[in-house]
Design a protein around this ligand. Structure first.
Ligand SMILES: NC(=O)c1ccc[n+]([C@@H]2O[C@H](COP(=O)([O-])OP(=O)(O)OC[C@H]3O[C@@H](n4cnc5c(N)ncnc54)[C@H](OP(=O)(O)O)[C@@H]3O)[C@@H](O)[C@H]2O)c1
Length: 248
């Protein structure tokens, strides 16, 4: 199978980094499963991709639900015959100080940012092992390398993803020919900050936009494509990509 006919599942494809990556992969010949909860948006993106001559299908998926993820992956395989790549990208960042005890937000981050990735990885892995090839790309963050006040739980979830990716690489790459890439972006202009309910942190994060030119979602899409297009013997294990002006 040529690189250009590969099938990629992208979670969090309804906006931001996931949307940009899905559109870029489709423009480069990948067949793309667009997964998220807001299916109306996914259908629009699917149509945009098809109008441009690419192949994609919208898949309503809540990554927190194992049943939803399994059904979505099954639908993708029925439509395109395989799943060669997963971009584990769905995530959220409702940050706050620990002492404010926004425990529902902590649990939501653990559910989506950690368990969601475990669910999608578990759903695609049997197909990849059976075909002795695959590529698992996960969006961690600069918050998966460093810790910042107000981001304790978010950082914990993203550190977990950095660790999980490295564990996957060690276990799967040599034995099953499955490559594993962990993407660690700095500040990217997306809808991510809209989830922040703490007014202080919401305005602090918005203020960052005046201090630096954020990365565009398309910049991260370029890094994903770079890792996917590397020759088969090359595993790009980590990509740490930041705005040039980001000083932390
Ligand atoms: N923006 C940054 O500065 C930055 C930096 C480093 C890392 N990241 C990471 O990049 C990833 C993408 O975020 P983004 O910046 O592109 O933000 P975004 O525009 O808010 O996108 C988040 C995506 O996650 C999806 N999602 C959330 N909960 C979901 C669920 N339960 N099931 C399925 N999909 C779900 C959303 O879709 P639905 O709401 O339609 O389900 C949406 O498509 C996240 O993992 C984030 O932590 C972002």
């Amino acid at each position: 199978m040529s690189l250009k006919s590969k099938v990629a599942l992208v979670t969090g494809a309804s906006s931001g980094i996931g949307k940009a990556t899905a559109v870029k992969l489709a423009a480069n010949g990948f067949r793309v499963g667009l997964a998220a909860r807001r299916v109306d948006r996914l259908v629009e993106i699917e149509q945009e991709i098809r109008r441009a001559g690419g192949e994609a299908i919208a898949i309503e998926m809540d990554v927190v639900s194992e049943a939803s993820v399994e059904a979505g992956v099954k639908g993708l395989v029925e439509a395109f015959g395989a799943v060669d790549i997963v971009f584990n990208n769905a995530g959220l960042m409702p940050i706050s100080d620990v002492e404010t005890l926004k425990t529902a937000e902590w649990h939501r981050m653990v559910d989506v940012n950690i368990k969601g990735v475990l669910n999608t990885t578990a759903a695609v892995l049997p197909y990849m092992i059976a075909q002795s090839s695959g590529h698992i790309v996960t969006t961690s963050s600069i918050a998966g390398r460093k810790v910042f006040p107000g981001l304790s739980v978010y950082c914990a979830t993203k550190h977990a993803m950095t660790a999980f990716s490295e564990g996957l690489r060690l276990e799967l790459a040599p034995k099953h020919n499955i490559r594993v890439t962990c993407i660690q972006p700095g500040a990217v202009e997306t809808e991510l900050f809209e989830q922040i309910t703490d007014e202080n942190y919401a305005s602090q994060m918005e203020g960052l936009k005046e201090q630096m030119t954020f990365l565009k979602a398309d910049d991260i899409a370029d890094t994903v494509l770079f890792a996917l297009q590397a020759p088969a013997h090359v595993n790009v294990a980590e990509i740490f990509v930041l705005p040039t002006q980001q000083a932390w």
